[in-house]
Design a protein around this ligand. Structure first.
Ligand code: GLP
Length: 241
């Protein structure tokens, strides 16, 4: 795993967008793995500028990492809605190009299996964008998630629920469960770009990059991938040895 420390979030977003845009330019039917959270927002804005400048994304397909259980895709707090607003619309993608797990399906296990299959049927993810949870989670793979896990329903950690409470009117409204791509699903992407900015991510980045490769910090499993790169700003990299 490569670690790149970039001086500021704007340069970081531009560098990642350059990498993604170069892949799309050489392979227009690229499958991009997209993440929610604040970390990738600058990358989406930078990609939208490249599309406005002529980058052709007509054949781009995108798969989200995760979604809350029990929140409808039409609900603005859903990851489906968040990704439509922050990613798909600014890039001008058709609604059918963005795939997000459906956390309202009556049979959630079937929804997970269908999602795993849809990724495989699309030929797998070419570039996966990811953030870090402050507790080292990757997508919604909380501490304890095994390296070979697949798309499944998970219980959210108390820390994750409190970190994500800012998107809800009341902390009690944060769902207790989510559908997430597994660590094993994520590691099957051909390349992975993980983004970490700010001091709240410093412990997770130190554990992921320099601690044991262990389910206690699922992001540490990125080191099992031969083409994974972590982009961090100086605050997120501050606790590295
Ligand atoms: C959520 C998402 C994760 C994301 C994390 C970090 O928990 N499920 O995929 O990495 O938020 O969010 P932020 O980038 O806002 O810190």
């Amino acid at each position: 795993m490569e670690l790149i420390v970039v001086a500021d979030p704007e340069t970081l977003a531009e560098s990642i967008a350059d990498r993604i845009a170069a892949t799309i330019a050489s392979a227009p039917a690229t499958v991009l793995g997209v993440a929610t959270g604040s970390s990738p927002l600058g990358v989406y804005r930078a990609l939208a500028r490249r599309v406005a400048g002529g980058l052709d994304v007509a054949n781009l397909r995108a798969f989200a990492l995760d979604e809350y259980v029990g929140i409808s895709p039409d609900d603005p707090r859903s990851y489906a809605a968040t990704l439509r607003t922050a990613f798909a619309r600014p890039l001008g993608l058709s609604p059918s190009a963005l795939h997000v797990p459906d956390g309202t399906r009556p049979d959630l296990d079937e929804a997970c299996a269908d999602y795993e299959r849809a990724i495989a049927d699309a030929g797998g993810v070419d570039i996966q964008l990811a953030g870090f949870g402050a507790n080292g989670h990757l997508a919604f793979n909380e501490p304890g998630s095994p390296a070979d896990s697949v798309t499944r329903v998970v219980d959210l950690a108390a820390r994750t629920r409190s970190d994500n409470a800012r998107f809800f009117d009341h902390p009690d409204e944060v769902p207790h469960q989510a559908i997430t791509q597994g660590v094993g699903t994520i590691l099957r992407a051909r390349s992975i770009i993980a983004v970490a900015t700010g001091s709240t991510k410093a412990e997770a980045v130190a554990a992921a990059v320099a601690g044991p490769i262990d389910a206690a910090c699922p992001a540490s499993f990125l080191r099992l991938h031969e083409d994974a790169v972590v982009y961090a700003d100086p605050a997120a990299a501050a606790l590295l040895p």
